[in-house]
Write a protein that binds this ligand. Structure first.
Ligand SMILES: C[S@@+](CC[C@H](N)C(=O)[O-])C[C@H]1O[C@@H](n2cnc3c(N)ncnc32)[C@H](O)[C@@H]1O
Length: 283
């Protein structure tokens, strides 16, 4: 199938973004080819609205409700990535985004933590680029799953394969039967929603902090085989971090030694150094 370039759309506008053009174009093409207008579109983590624009341009013939939510609070990460913008830490930048997207009448922008939202209608398509911590993933399922449409709703996850986001695939593991997963070349993971009853007992299993050593290792063997994960997910570093975060420190360190994990490969992420390597030195 031919891939359309969003930049060729006559209403395309340059909007700053933390996503690559590959990802923006994937969301644009995926929406063009799959959106049927049987529910709303929802985005978590608007930032400046680049993905919001691709959702809106791709669905323009239907003009669905597009809800997008962000806390819109400028922080260090944003300041580092966009030093030319004059916002200061803690500044509210929602007006800047409202202005960038003002030519779309069907986009509704919320300045809020997503956990405080309550959808009004069924949701057909979601783009999820917000926190990947277990607590938030469970909240996401609790809030939104009642609005997903069996065999129709599609969730597009950003950063699902990034090694520091291991909590996202792990937390979704106990409900894997509710989805069909696949990974696009741009690294975005598509979860097609199959059935909408999340078993109450599955919420308990989604508490990945309760997994013991053997469960962590066994479950990651299975997670590795879901969708295209084997190709994209770094299983060994995920197991190391998961053991470590569940306080199995000795086991984590001996696992890293046994698997010859080269920590140098992960040092590009300061968070990895701060949360793991600096703590190992103290153990
Ligand atoms: C990586 S950025 C999104 C990038 C965006 N997709 C783009 O096109 O550039 C993640 C955004 O999620 C927002 N965010 C983080 N936690 C949130 C929460 N609990 N509720 C709502 N938004 C949140 C952040 O403020 C940040 O702007």
């Amino acid at each position: 199938m031919d891939i359309e370039n969003i930049k060729n759309h006559d209403k395309y506008k340059d909007i700053i973004t933390m996503c690559s053009l590959d990802k923006i174009n994937f969301v644009y093409n995926y929406t063009l080819n799959n959106f049927k207008n049987i529910g709303d579109i929802f985005e978590i983590g608007t930032f400046a609205g680049a993905i919001t624009q691709s959702l809106a341009l791709a669905s323009e013939k239907f003009k669905p409700n597009i809800y997008t939510v962000d806390k819109f609070e400028w922080d260090n990460d944003k300041k580092k990535k966009f030093p030319n913008l004059s916002f200061q830490i803690k500044d509210d930048f929602s007006n800047y985004v409202i202005n960038s997207l003002s030519h779309f009448e069907n986009i509704k922008i919320f300045k809020s933590n997503f956990v405080d939202l309550k959808p009004n209608n069924q949701i057909e398509l979601m783009f999820i680029d917000a926190p990947k911590r277990m607590k938030y993933v469970i909240q996401l399922i609790r809030i939104f799953s009642n609005y997903w449409i069996e065999n129709n709703t599609k969730l597009l996850f950003e950063d699902y394969n990034q090694f520091l986001s291991y909590e996202l695939p792990a937390t979704l593991f106990p409900i894997k039967k509710n989805f069909r997963f696949h990974t696009n070349r741009s690294d975005i993971v598509v979860a097609e929603f199959l059935k909408n009853k999340i078993d109450v007992k599955d919420y308990k299993l989604m508490n990945i902090r309760k997994w013991d050593i053997q469960e962590i290792k066994n479950n990651w063997d299975e997670i590795h085989n879901i969708g295209d994960n084997a190709k994209y997910i770094d299983k060994e570093i995920s197991i190391f971090m998961h053991l470590f975060d569940n306080n199995f420190f000795d086991e984590a360190i001996s696992y890293a030694r046994e698997r010859k994990i080269n920590f140098e490969n992960y040092k590009i992420k300061n968070k990895f150094i701060k949360n793991y390597l600096s703590k190992i030195e103290k153990i």
